[in-house]
Write a protein that binds this ligand. Structure first.
Ligand SMILES: NC(=O)c1ccc[n+]([C@@H]2O[C@H](COP(=O)([O-])OP(=O)(O)OC[C@H]3O[C@@H](n4cnc5c(N)ncnc54)[C@H](OP(=O)(O)O)[C@@H]3O)[C@@H](O)[C@H]2O)c1
Length: 275
């Protein structure tokens, strides 16, 4: 049985390819451009854009991991039906159902791809991870190195998930049926304020890192060019709404993997060299 993993260069996709290969699965890793795509020995590589139907990439594929691509993936899904793909695992976002975010741009985009997968008729599970621990690198990497992180709403309580937990669950759903369902919400084990997350980074790295509270206007002015402004506005709305409000914690990681969800401190210990 071949497992197709799209987005094999992504934070999640790359780790999923590695995990499936290490556990002895037949894996096909895809990226839109496979030039320089590094995969473990024995893993096939294929160029694939989910917005274009691609029967060759689907040949012999039993299950597939899909990124929430923003574009029409109807042709690809129809090809997957024709190729008799048994189950797809779709990465989505809590923004899809969050009380504040669901009507905003992040919510709408994720709802659209969920609808496309649902309407395709393919067996599928939608996976909703909480705040990815890698956000600390994406959003604060440079500032962590410089020793001060500027944050609007630093008391926004989030629930960082260790990517290895997400990957273990996704792999489980791809290779066995037991926990497949309409949707699975995955969280880390603890509700932490962004301030506490930065304090954990500092404690594990063993150097002081200050938090400087920004106004909303300062945060918008400092937005990097690559980050779409409406998406950021939606995130700030959530942060403002959830300051000092406990983040959801659930037990799905433990129920599916058999071990407790890893803490953010564990993420830091496992990935300190990336900071
Ligand atoms: N940040 C959070 O806290 C959070 C929480 C919950 C859910 N999420 C979801 O997780 C996603 C981020 O995951 P990540 O960090 O692993 O992402 P990432 O590292 O940015 O990787 C995104 C991947 O999507 C692939 N992709 C984009 N367009 C594609 C297309 N048309 N066809 C095929 N593949 C395509 C890219 O592949 P190429 O190599 O071809 O470019 C890339 O590998 C977010 O977009 C969101 O939906 C995020």
């Amino acid at each position: 049985m071949t497992v197709l993993v799209t987005g094999a260069r992504g934070n999640i996709g790359s780790r999923l390819v590695e995990h499936l290969a290490r556990t002895g699965r037949q894996v096909r890793a895809s990226a839109r451009d496979v030039t320089g795509l590094d995969v473990p020995d024995g893993v096939e590589r294929v160029a694939l854009d989910l917005t274009a139907p691609d029967e060759a990439a689907l040949e012999g594929v039993r299950t597939a991991f899909l990124y929430p691509t923003f574009g029409d993936i109807g042709g690809f899904l129809a090809a997957a039906v024709k190729a008799e793909v048994e189950h797809v695992v779709l990465l989505s976002s809590p923004a899809s159902y969050d009380p504040v975010e669901h009507a905003g741009p992040i919510g709408a985009a994720h709802q659209a791809i969920e609808a496309a997968v649902r309407e395709s008729g393919l067996g599928h599970t939608v996976l909703y991870p909480s705040w990815l621990a890698t956000n600390t690198i994406r959003d604060w990497g440079g500032q962590i190195k410089a020793g001060t992180v500027a944050i609007a709403f630093p008391d926004w309580r989030i629930n960082p998930i260790h990517l290895d937990d997400y990957v273990e669950v996704a792999a489980d759903l791809l290779v066995r049926e037991q926990f497949r369902g309409r949707s699975v919400v995955l969280t880390g084990p603890e509700s932490l304020s962004q301030r506490e997350v930065v304090a954990t980074v500092a404690a594990v790295l063993g150097r002081p890192i200050d938090v400087r509270e920004q106004t909303r206007e300062e945060a918008v002015a400092a937005l990097p060019e690559w980050f779409p402004a409406p998406v950021f506005a939606s995130l700030l709305d959530v942060a403002a709404n959830a300051a000092d409000v406990p983040a959801t914690v659930n037990n799905n990681v433990e129920r599916i993997t058999g071990h407790p969800a890893r803490t953010f401190a564990q993420w830091m210990r496992d990935n300190a060299s990336a900071y």
